[in-house]
Design a protein around this ligand. Sequence first.
Ligand SMILES: Nc1nc2c(c(=O)[nH]1)N[C@H]1C(S)=C(S)[C@@H](COP(=O)(O)OP(=O)(O)OC[C@H]3O[C@@H](n4cnc5c(N)ncnc54)[C@H](O)[C@@H]3O)O[C@H]1N2
Ligand code: MOO
Length: 392
Amino acid sequence: MITVDDALGRVLALAPSAVGEIVPLDQAAGRALLEPASARLTQPPFNSAAMDGYALRQQDLGQPLRIIGEAAAGYPWTGQPQPGTAIRIFTGAAVPAGYDQVVMQEMTMRDGDILTITDTPRGDHIRARGSDFALGQSLPAGRVLTAADIGLLAAMNIPEVTVARRPTVAILAGGDELVRPGETPQAGQIISSNDLAIAALAGQAGAVANILPIARDTIEDLKHSFQLAAGADLIVTIGGASVGDHDLIAQVSADLGMERAFYKLAMRPGKPLMAGKIAQSAMLGLPGNPVSAIVCGILFMQPLIRAMQGLPAGNDLRRARLAVDLPTEGDRQHYQRATLRDGDDFPLITPFKDQDSAKLSLLSQADALLVRRADDAALTAGEIVEYLPLRG
Ligand SMILES: Nc1nc2c(c(=O)[nH]1)N[C@H]1C(S)=C(S)[C@@H](COP(=O)(O)OP(=O)(O)OC[C@H]3O[C@@H](n4cnc5c(N)ncnc54)[C@H](O)[C@@H]3O)O[C@H]1N2
Ligand code: MOO
């Protein structure tokens, strides 16, 4: 069995190059910027007043000044600067050439046209031209656009950007025992939860998910479902990945010409994961146990979807201190559902005692996946360990 890192490398190698599409800024939040965007102007475009008050020359401080004009946002003062004078100015207005200080009005007294500065100003309260960004400065590609990015792009006078087209993901749950949420399960039946959870993960990673009808455990029905999935950038099957008589995904995908990248890896939960390509689609075959499916979705499907959008795709691990002792680890890399709480230097992490890969309630309570390397030695409370955050 291959390692998790090896498997992730092979999964990411399935990603085709991202395809660009141009969208207006009001539709760009959360999308992956595919081409760098260059500022079409300099910001601020002029030396700009940071306070309501008066513009004056620093060399004139310490004497009464004559007010000879006014500058407001959108209305520059265009007169000639003169020694011993001040310009009434408002926040956002251009500081007139020849003046190098803005004094807040709270630090002044005005009598008609005569201005007295009552306090020593701290700072010039001028935002220099170009101090935010300059013409041509660019926002690099390969990032998910945040609200702040959208504001920046707008300020750069960029009305539309090239983002990665959202990958399409066809999600195929199979199993004779499955019915939809809201239906009344008959004897032996359970609700299909995995396809909805996996669709949610796919959406969070930037994909458009298409949940297909639940396939029955027959070769014909599964082949029909694969036909429905054809053309998707990524086909994700759930269940039927193991070795039981009704676990048909490996056989059906092989019949359909799947080029397999790997099947099974040294990971817990998620051992029977399968990956490869069918025609032009990447394919992931997730195990059916709900926790296994979701953990594989986080560790492999989301990175693949990010890679398809030209985004950095690795899983960034963080560090925590173990709150409890742990025994030696088995021969598979173990992703343990765990809670986090504040610690002195690092957060404190406590894995649940129960790591059953069918228990969604525990996964829902978990803050993190504690990563234990295969064959890891026993650990003592207080030791530093790595984890993958599950929230935020
Ligand atoms: N003899 C062996 N048995 C199993 C092995 C093994 O190595 N040898 N591996 C175990 C592991 S690990 C896992 S994980 C599961 C994976 O099995 P499958 O991928 O074949 O999944 P199913 O058998 O179809 O289902 C497993 C379990 O999950 C439930 N399920 C399936 N789909 C859904 C869904 N859409 N929503 C909710 N729950 C679902 C299904 O009812 C089963 O309870 O195999 C072990 N067995
Ligand atoms: O490894 Mo399976 O994925 O335990 O549940």
